[in-house]
Design a protein around this ligand. Structure first.
Ligand code: MG
Length: 368
């Protein structure tokens, strides 16, 4: 197939509640939406870069620049035999995985629609429902956090993930375990600690979290492997895993026992599937991370999480938790049993509200 027309939209939505991590407080999400067209079929993708470069070096502005000046001009008119070839065409671009993923995802949606099958089926997914967890930002007080956890559990989520930062870590884990003796909860530090902080994690061990996500530097594996020897709680890497080779190495040296997969972080769905396969071959469970996606990115996550290695509940929660405005016609909701249905329609299987997107977009570009 050949892409004949690509459109970019910058959409900015306020979050219902500010989302605090160890590195930043987010109040809005600005995502670049990508619409690709070929022979009358249309596909959609969404970039997941945050408004400020705290998680990675990318922002909506860098994503826009790389798409408009580099990736789209290269892919327009290129014969793309299969969506997994997109990453090979743009592989010479050193960084910018979220920009690459945004257009690659759109090509996957387009190709699955042309094939007349759900993206999940197209990718080899095996489940029609996925288990869901919820990620909860840092709260001002432990009482406020506990109240929030109670609210989320009432909503049916199967596990909660709590963001931590130095000074809001051990006491949080202890209070949550005391209040919820059997709750599967995990902690995410977003790289806020160093190996010298190992005693913090030794104390957290006693509270039996299901895992600790990315405690140490975003570009580290060696110290994570050291920390792993000192604690019982499994370490799950997020930021450190940029592609399948990272996953192979991190598992090989004992730096991670679980992997968080985000298509945006690894440069697209094809690489996300390779990370999944690498982990599965080694018996390492994976789960689908979240980046406060709007409806299109969320839909891609749900289809990806239908692959067989995604055995743990991911951060794929109902979109109404985050946004008052929807950009798809069938917002994702959680069932009473804590699962979410994988759409059965072709491609991402949701109706993209193109009129809304065109109306609210802060920026638009059309490339042919
Ligand atoms: Mg994380």
């Amino acid at each position: 197939m050949k892409l004949e027309r690509v459109e970019l939209f910058l959409v900015r939505l306020p979050l219902k509640r500010p989302y605090e991590t160890s590195m930043a407080v987010e109040t809005h999400e600005s995502h670049v939406l990508v619409r690709v067209e070929s022979e009358g079929a249309v596909g959609w993708g969404e970039s997941v870069a945050n408004e400020t470069p705290w998680y990675s070096g990318e922002t909506p502005a860098t994503v826009w620049l790389i798409l408009e000046e580099v990736l789209v001009p290269q892919l327009l008119g290129t014969d793309i035999a299969h969506p997994r070839d997109v990453s090979a065409h743009v592989g010479w671009v050193r960084d910018d995985p979220m920009a690459k993923a945004a257009i690659e995802m759109a090509v996957w949606d387009l190709a699955a629609k042309r094939a007349g099958v759900a993206l999940a089926r197209f990718l080899g997914g095996t489940r029609d429902r996925i288990p869901c967890g919820v990620a909860i930002g840092i709260h001002p007080t432990v009482d406020a956090l506990i109240a929030r956890i109670e609210e989320e559990l009432a909503g049916g989520y199967q596990r909660v993930k709590l963001k931590i930062k130095p000074g809001k870590d051990v006491a949080v884990a202890e209070a949550v375990r005391a209040r919820f003796p059997d709750l599967p909860f995990m902690l995410d530090a977003n790289s806020a600690y160093a190996l010298s902080d190992a005693p913090v994690f030794e104390r957290i061990d006693a509270t039996r979290p299901t895992m600790i996500e990315q405690p140490l530097a975003h570009d580290d594996m060696i110290d994570h492997a050291e920390l792993a020897k000192r604690i019982r709680t499994p370490i799950c890497l997020d930021e450190s895993i940029r592609h399948a080779e990272d996953a192979r190495k991190a598992i090989g040296i004992g730096a991670t026992r679980i992997v968080n997969i985000k298509a945006g972080r690894v440069g697209g769905i094809a690489e996300a599937v390779r990370v999944h396969d690498t982990c599965r071959e080694r018996g390492v469970p994976v789960w689908c991370g979240g980046m406060l996606e709007m409806g299109i990115g969320r839909a891609h996550n749900v289809h990806l999480a239908s692959l067989p290695g995604f055995t743990l509940p991911g951060d794929v929660a109902a979109s109404s938790r985050y946004f008052a405005t929807e950009i798809i016609g069938e917002p994702f909701a959680i069932e009473k049993d804590g699962t979410m249905r994988v759409p059965a329609g072709a491609g991402i299987g949701v109706t993209v509200l193109e009129g809304t997107i065109r109306k609210i977009a802060l920026r638009h570009a059309e490339l042919r």
